[in-house]
Write a new protein. Structure first.
Length: 350
């Protein structure tokens, strides 16, 4: 039995930042994640994708953000159960919860924080008869390492931010990038649409709209796609076909925990502490929903901070916590390390 103060379901950015905020309150955390390494989508789906809305970072790669968060929370010695999915939850007579994974590992804590992002993901696949024959043979549903496409001919299909962003990024990596979308209008940010148009005009991206890929060819590996463009059909040679039609999120076993669910997300009380309808169980980050919810990483950081304050009161009933800025109090790690606040700053607050 693994015992901890806060059991976090999901080791993505929000879950990792929760470790830091809990550590400031001297609370121990343990994280469960079905993926084999921490980082969630940032590590597994788009580690090399730049993120632009993290405070103090004009631009940071998703994988680098994970590394920074791991470095930040390392001093608070979090525990990890990786490669296992949280399966069941049982409330005990003493008010604690026992969460058991699909491999039988048991965890006990008075507070459970669900930070599972959008849940588990399955790619939305285009309806092409033989597409499964070419999976991992030139057909990829997500881009993990853009260097994999260095000097290759790539066809990307899709009209959202992911298709636009990767077309822009790979235009400096691949030998040739072709973006195919079934409409003339795109669903992505206007800035990205304008960049794609500029790259098309500069001859760095081949843009075909309205069109769609209807067939794949090749022996052991894909060698071309069949494109339907209006009344015409033609073959386009390529080394890789990357349909980026999004991912279908699923809550998985968590959906059976008795939590109030709305549109595949967990309803929480955002006016207070992001607690669910079950006292002691919180939901933070993209997995939750409430009026005005924004699915942004920085919003998950905010929610984690408030959640930890509420968790402190559950774990230490009646004990008063006085908020102190880290610039004043410094940071005490569980490993005995101490980051002191600068004396000049401390003096200014005295």
């Amino acid at each position: 039995m693994i015992k901890t103060d806060i059991l976090i379901i999901g080791a993505g950015p929000t879950g990792l930042f929760t470790v830091f905020e809990a550590g400031l309150l001297k609370l121990k955390c343990h994280l469960i994640d079905a993926l084999p390494k921490p980082g969630g989508q940032c590590s597994e789906i788009y580690p090399k994708k730049p993120i632009y809305d993290i405070p103090a970072y004009p631009e940071i790669l998703a994988g680098d953000l994970t590394d920074k968060l791991l470095e930040q929370c390392k001093q608070f010695e979090p525990g990890f159960t990786l490669g296992e999915r949280a399966e069941t939850i049982d409330k005990q007579d003493d008010g604690t919860f026992i969460v058991t994974t699909n491999k039988g590992t048991k965890h006990q804590a008075p507070v459970v924080a669900i930070a599972g992002g959008l849940g588990s993901f399955e790619p939305r696949k285009p309806i092409i008869d033989n597409i499964t024959d070419y999976e991992d043979k030139g057909v990829e549903y997500m881009i993990k390492d853009p260097e994999f496409y260095r000097d290759k001919t790539v066809v990307i299909a899709g009209g959202g931010d992911s298709a636009l962003d990767w077309s822009i990024y790979l235009s400096d990596v691949a030998k040739q990038v072709t973006l195919i979308h079934r409409r003339n209008e795109f669903r992505g940010h206007l800035d990205s649409v304008e960049k794609v148009q500029d790259l098309k005009n500069a001859g760095k991206i081949n843009l075909i709209t309205p069109a769609e890929v209807v067939g794949l060819d090749g022996d052991e590996k894909i060698t071309s796609v069949t494109v339907k463009h209006g009344a015409n059909t033609f073959k386009k040679a390529c080394d890789h076909f990357v349909p980026l039609f999004g991912l279908s999120p699923k809550l998985g076993p968590i959906a059976n925990w008795g939590l109030e669910i709305e549109k595949n997300a967990i309803k929480v009380n955002n006016a207070l502490d992001y607690q669910t309808n079950i006292p002691g169980i919180f939901a933070i980050g993209d997995v939750n929903t409430y009026p005005g919810k924004l699915k942004l990483i920085l919003c998950g950081f905010h929610e984690a901070t408030l959640m930890c304050q509420a968790a402190f009161q559950i774990i230490n009933p009646g004990k008063r916590y006085v908020l102190k800025y880290t610039t004043v109090s410094g940071v005490d790690g569980f490993d005995g390390t101490r980051k002191e606040a600068p004396k000049a700053v401390v003096k200014a607050f005295d």
